[in-house]
Design a protein around this ligand. Structure first.
Ligand code: AMP
Length: 431
């Protein structure tokens, strides 16, 4: 469907046109008309489907009509991570460039004062992570009493990160009668419960990702001993002349260590994870995008929602504990119709994780031993150490998304309620 058939205003169409978009993606074609009609939305859409524009465009159009009460926030977008908050507010600025809309991103890890003064000047759209937004609500530095549209972006990830209580507290102080839009990649019982509680007869939209794993991504497994992974990675990057590589590790510590080793090998690398300051993360991302940094080493939570165009290589330095994270990880490649390569370095300890991933994908992945890196058959599998990184999210194996996947909508696995009850903590929020 063409954008000019969706009922969007001239100012928005102009901005969309300048972005080079001609046709709306499926989630945009389905969601935009419903949102413009004022309906609540429950949308199943992952990053890469064009979901951000699907809610941002009609939201801006809504704000275009009607009067702006001074200094009162009219639209609120909640996101799980700072990076996503920054990206969504950037999209609001991009699509709203011919409108007077004022947007502010609000997240932790940076000083609260500039946020307070911006809020005092008056803001129409706030894009926020739940923790810092609650700080503002509790301090009375934000007035959310006139919010007309609420968006929960990547709701499943927000719940995984322990934000449910914060979200419910925020919902409790928002005015009645607003429009609610919920976007989530997956639908657990918990998401369904949340949506039942606050959505009013929503239009349900479900789209498949633009890049399905089977179509445009070549996936290969290199069996290798754990202690030789770093060497093999440097070898593959060097011999293949890979220019822009996103590498996933399971832990923050692992990300730091690998980054140091790659730099020692003469390969420019930077790490991105929750213990890095906002400034360091933004710098790493922009240097990676510009080509100054060749390898970005990331944990799952930090990488979620990153929009890096035409990323050619994704490497699983370690397989994720949660099989669905494999799909999210490799979804960073082959964007915008390009081919992509997903390479996984798998040691004997990870065979079980690989089996779980293959079960989820419903296919066996091709294995290719790199000459000179043959695994030593005498090495026995050992339990994987988590070491305080993102793998802990949701209580680890048996308590996270994998458990949800395996159990479908049926009985709850024993570990889950325990994981849910655990109070949110800073590390898990920012992974
Ligand atoms: P998202 O799913 O919102 O993270 O968007 C993924 C990417 O698709 C972003 O780089 C957008 O700029 C791009 N995009 C969004 N809508 C369209 C469209 N209709 N045509 C082409 N690219 C789009």
């Amino acid at each position: 469907m063409l954008f000019n058939e969706l009922g969007l205003s001239a100012e928005l169409l102009r901005a969309v046109h300048e972005e080079g978009y001609e046709t709306a993606t499926p989630v945009q074609a389905q969601a935009i008309p419903e949102i413009l009609r004022g309906r609540d939305i429950l949308a199943g859409a992952q990053t890469g489907t064009g979901k951000t524009a699907a809610f941002t465009l009609p939201l801006l159009q809504h704000l275009q009509s009607g009067k702006t009460p001074s200094r009162k926030v009219r639209a609120l977008v909640l996101t799980p991570t700072r990076e996503l908050a920054a990206q969504v507010s950037e999209s609001v600025r991009t699509y709203g460039r011919y409108l007077p809309t004022r947007v502010l991103q609000i997240f932790g890890g940076v000083s609260i004062r500039p946020q307070i003064s911006k809020l005092r000047e008056g803001v129409d759209v706030v894009v926020a992570t739940p923790g810092r937004l609650l700080d503002h609500i509790n301090q009375g530095t934000i007035d959310v009493s006139k919010v007309e549209v609420l968006v929960l972006d990547e709701a499943d990830r927000m719940l995984d990160m322990g934000f449910i209580r914060d979200i419910r507290k925020i919902l409790a102080v928002l005015p009645e009668g607003r429009q609610n839009l919920l976007f989530s990649a997956t639908f657990s019982d918990e998401i369904r419960r949340l949506s039942r509680d606050f959505l009013n007869s929503p239009a349900e939209i479900q789209v498949t990702p633009r890049n399905t794993t089977v179509e445009r991504i070549t996936q290969v497994i290199h069996p290798v001993d754990k202690r030789r992974k770093r060497e093999l990675l440097s070898h593959r990057i060097g011999s293949g002349n890979w220019k822009q590589v996103l590498v996933f590790t399971r832990t923050k510590h692992g990300a730091n260590r690998l980054t140091g080793q790659l730099n020692t090998d003469g390969i420019n690398a930077a790490a991105i994870h929750g213990n890095k300051s906002q400034g360091a993360r933004t710098k790493a991302l922009s240097e990676f995008k510009s080509g100054k940094i060749r390898v970005l080493v990331a944990t799952d939570i930090a990488a979620r929602g990153l929009d890096i165009d035409k990323l050619p290589y994704v490497v699983n330095y370690e397989l994720p504990h949660v099989p669905e994270d494999y799909v999210h990880r490799i979804g960073r490649t082959a964007r915008a119709g390009q081919d992509g390569h997903a390479v996984s370095l798998v040691c004997v300890d990870e065979h079980r994780l690989l089996k779980d991933i293959e079960k989820l994908l419903g296919t066996r992945l091709e294995q290719e031993i790199v000459p000179g890196y043959e695994p030593d058959p005498s090495i026995r599998a050992e339990p994987i150490q988590n070491g305080g990184g993102s793998a802990k999210r949701g209580g680890g194996r048996g308590a996270g998304k994998g458990a949800r996947h395996n159990n479908g909508g049926g009985k709850k696995p024993a570990g889950r309620s325990g994981a849910r009850k655990r109070p949110p903590n800073r590390n898990r929020r920012t992974g």
